[in-house]
Ligand binder design. Structure first.
Ligand SMILES: [Zn+2]
Ligand SMILES: [Zn+2]
Length: 163
């Protein structure tokens, strides 16, 4: 993880980038902010016309991953709520220079989820809440398989101090 100072600098740079992107690509009325989500990196909020990025992504993402997140969300704003990750969104995203997929490659859960589980084959899984019933590994088997049970343990994820 980055130091607090590096994270601050990265956050400032990202805000500059996002605000410039919003100014040139979206109608007046859209704005950028940071949020405190721990499960996803970026969001596009249509009601408030806000593009946001989690402060918790700053210590763990590369500058390019963060810029790509902004492009992903600006494409949502351009394509409209109904588009989802459909064709209109894909077209907007490509035009903006977004090179990623429909979901972020940045795995927030791998860093911040308190529950980590492993199946007998070694596949690793993450949960934000204590798993309440036996779960088997979805990578090993598409249906519940008692021989592919995930063993869960709790950890204390290192949480960066965010402003
Ligand atoms: Zn999306
Ligand atoms: Zn497995």
């Amino acid at each position: 993880m980055r130091t607090a100072q590096q994270t601050d600098r990265l956050g400032q740079d990202l805000r500059d980038y996002a605000e410039e992107c919003i100014r040139t690509e979206l109608d007046a009325g859209w704005s950028f902010r940071f949020d405190r989500a721990r499960r996803r990196v970026g969001a596009c909020e249509y009601r408030s016309q806000t593009i946001s990025v989690s402060r918790y992504a700053l210590p763990i993402a590369s500058p390019e991953e963060l810029r790509q997140t902004v492009l992903h969300e600006v494409a949502h704003a351009q394509a409209g709520r109904e588009a989802g990750h459909g064709r209109a969104w894909v077209r907007a995203a490509r035009r903006l220079g977004y090179t990623g997929g429909r979901t972020s490659a940045l795995d927030m859960a791998a860093v911040y989820a308190p529950w980590v589980g492993t199946c007998p084959a070694g596949h690793v899984h993450y949960r934000y809440r204590r798993p309440t019933r036996p779960t088997s590994c979805g990578v090993c088997s598409g249906v519940f398989n008692p021989r592919r049970l995930i063993r869960w343990s709790r950890r204390e994820p290192e949480m960066p101090r965010v402003a």
